[in-house]
Write a protein of this length. Structure first.
Length: 256
């Protein structure tokens, strides 16, 4: 059986997962498709001999699209760009105005993303929204198997590295060049977010807050217990996007 194919008679088991309505996370989610899975699917037609053995990128791309279809419409149709922190034109003390500028831009981004979510912390601060979705386990398994196979390619244990490096060269990041490893990193972030089951106690606390998105949601003020569950979620996403860097992870979670 080729990677990505359905096993005959498989049961479509659905699982509940929490997804952040955060452009920084969604940027990685959508780039997993545009910078990696879609180019690999195109290569299946144009140069199939360059693909890793047994790898079906068309089926893997279909699994990503099935996961995407479970997200609220705004998260599916709006593909965000990363926030660019630029240096001021005039020279400045790196310990002063530049830092102030970065902090201000991060605050403005946080306020823009959180505005209208209707989720308010006990301290009166509006939160970045979080959504509850139902995803087919087989789609997550297909994507996980694909990431494992591509990681073996990048580390030289399977052929196909030349194709990945060509794709990386054609799909640079807005802030710098891509690598085969960074392309796989987008898919890793998606899976690290969606494969683990949410902590049952946190999900039970957050569930009453996770209704379908509406244009003008009624304000929902989190209890201290719900706030703690929300912070757990925020810190988990931050650790996934900023692995191994405590300061960057803390700064990312602060946005929530």
């Amino acid at each position: 059986m080729t990677l990505g194919e359905d096993t005959p008679g498989t049961v479509d088991v659905r699982c509940e997962r929490l997804v952040p309505g955060d452009p920084a996370w969604l940027w990685h989610f959508h780039r997993a498709r545009t910078m990696l899975l879609a180019p690999l699917a195109a290569a299946a037609e144009e140069e199939p001999e360059q693909l890793p053995d047994g790898f079906d990128p068309v089926a893997v791309l279909a699994a990503w699209e099935a996961v995407c279809a479970t997200l609220p419409e705004a998260l599916r149709t709006h593909v965000p760009e990363p926030v660019e922190f630029t240096e001021p034109e005039e020279p400045a003390d790196p310990a002063g105005p530049v830092v102030d500028r970065v902090v201000r831009q991060a605050q403005e981004e946080r306020d823009r993303v959180a505005r209208g979510s209707g989720l308010w912390g006990p301290d009166g601060r509006e939160h970045i929204p979080v959504h509850l979705v139902e995803i087919a386990e087989r789609d997550l398994e297909t994507l996980a198997a694909a990431l494992d196979r591509l990681t073996q390619v990048v580390t030289g244990r399977l052929r196909g590295a030349a194709l990945l490096y060509r794709i990386a060269a054609l799909h640079p990041y807005p802030l710098g060049p891509s690598t085969a490893l960074s392309l796989c990193g987008n898919l890793r972030i998606l899976l690290d977010t969606l494969r683990p089951e949410p902590a049952p106690e946190d999900l039970a606390l957050l569930r009453p807050l996770l209704g379908p998105p509406t244009r003008d949601p009624a304000p929902r003020v989190l209890t201290p217990e719900q706030e703690a569950a929300y912070r757990n979620f925020a810190h988990r996403i931050a650790d996934i996007i900023c692995p191994g860097d405590i300061r960057e992870s803390a700064a990312f979670a602060w946005r929530y």
